[in-house]
Design a protein around this ligand. Structure first.
Ligand code: SF4
Length: 403
């Protein structure tokens, strides 16, 4: 559907339902007809094991990752199964490690705080929490968070919950029909509650040159960040499917190419750092989501980025020390042993292990790599996708001058 038509309907399904209202449950036949990737309810993504049994979103951000799952036209949230079944799938998943694996709920195909969707979010959180699990749970939203949400979040006593508020400051309604100011207001509200067991992160993304990177944009973001426990900035996933959508709808294309990793040009990163540095009481800023989340909880980075020392040059001394104390370099045989029995890791070869990272090859996909990364809190790199100095997990677009 063209972005102009979508815009007219963006508010339609956002009326506040009665508490307890849930999204419709798809039939077995309807689930079977979904694209195969959409049927993967539990999937390991970079920041954690992701639970996505509710799919569909009316917020219509043009750069939505739903493009890449064949789900772009699913605007109304629907459940693929009950929450109880979904949580069972999650905790029994071969990659799930109690108290270790970071979990993300509804970060791929819907917004967890949408009306009705949030009933499913809370059902999952309360189920996991009731099992006594202490895993990190990341909840990423750009929607409204209310006082009654706060009360339910406060009822969670075991999980380490972080709300990440997606804010871009993009004014172009063709790209973001739903305004970033809603997320900013939610973040201010949620961060202001006391006492507060959960943590808040100012999730500044996507940063796109020419779209939301004027000095005013950067200053506003730094100012807003003051309310949160931590801040992180990141670029745009500009994959082929998203680029096709931009072209088909006449949207201004941010880059000439597409990339596997998120894109943050070097000069923009420098300007972001400067904007935060000169803003009194701006939140502590990180390059990596896991660093911001871990810092907000007073814990070392669960992704082991400490090995990649150039990422840590903006980190507070106390946090550096926490991560330094937790840094352990696994042996190749520990890595091999940990993946025994994982079908996607049957071909695992550990090429070398240094203080920075382990370099591996032979994995069927990225999921076992994330599993190892979280198990050892240590960076595991795929030899097929080398990490260049100062470009860790950043696409090469925009970094050409530094080679
Ligand atoms: S010390 Fe490095 S790894 Fe640890 S939180 Fe800071 S930036 Fe991340």
């Amino acid at each position: 559907m063209p972005s102009s038509e979508r815009k007219r309907t963006v508010g339609e399904s956002l009326d506040q339902p009665r508490r307890g209202d849930r999204v419709p449950l798809l039939s077995v036949e309807a689930v079977a007809a979904l694209p195969s990737r959409a049927r993967e309810v539990v999937e390991y993504r970079k920041s954690g094991l992701s639970l996505n049994h509710v799919q569909g979103c009316p917020l219509d951000c043009a750069y939505c990752i739903r493009h890449t799952y064949g789900l772009w036209d699913s605007r109304q949230p629907r459940a693929l199964m009950s929450d109880a079944e979904a949580v069972e799938q999650l905790v029994n998943h071969r990659y799930f490690q109690a108290d270790i694996t970071p979990v993300q709920i509804f970060n791929r195909a819907t917004d967890p705080f949408l009306p009705k969707v949030k009933e499913h979010l809370f059902a999952c959180l309360e189920d996991l929490d009731g099992r006594g699990l202490t895993n990190h749970v990341l909840v990423i939203t750009r929607f409204r968070v209310t006082e009654s949400d706060y009360e339910r979040l406060q009822g969670l006593v075991n999980l380490k919950v972080t709300l990440l508020f997606t804010y871009s400051g993009i004014d172009d309604e063709k790209i973001e029909p739903f305004p970033s100011t809603v997320a900013a207001d939610s973040m201010i509200l949620a961060s202001g509650y006391r006492p507060r067991r959960f943590r808040t992160v100012f999730y500044w993304r996507p940063l796109v040159p020419g779209l939301n990177d004027t000095p005013e944009h950067l200053a506003r973001a730094a100012e807003l960040s003051k309310h949160a426990d931590a801040a992180v900035f990141t670029g745009l996933f500009y994959r082929n499917e998203i680029a096709d959508y931009y072209k088909a709808n006449g949207l201004p294309e941010p880059y000439q190419g597409t990339a596997r990793r998120k894109i943050v040009p070097e000069t923009l990163e420098q300007r972001v750092l400067e904007a935060f540095a000169k803003t009194e009481h701006a939140a502590t800023l990180f390059r990596k989501t896991s660093c911001a989340v871990s810092y907000a909880h007073g814990l070392p980075d669960y992704n082991g980025h400490f090995g990649i020392r150039e990422l840590c040059d903006i980190c507070p001394v106390r946090q550096l020390q926490l991560c330094a104390d937790a840094h352990r370099v696994p042996t190749a045989s520990q890595l091999q042993e940990a993946t025994a029995g994982l079908p996607e890791a049957a071909g695992l070869q550990v090429l070398d292990v240094t203080e920075r990272a382990a370099r591996v090859e032979g994995l069927a996909d990225e999921q076992p790599r994330y599993f190892l990364q979280h198990k050892f809190a240590f960076q595991i790199h795929d030899a097929g996708h080398p990490h260049l100095l100062h470009r860790h997990r950043r696409a090469e677009i925009g970094w050409e001058q530094t080679s």
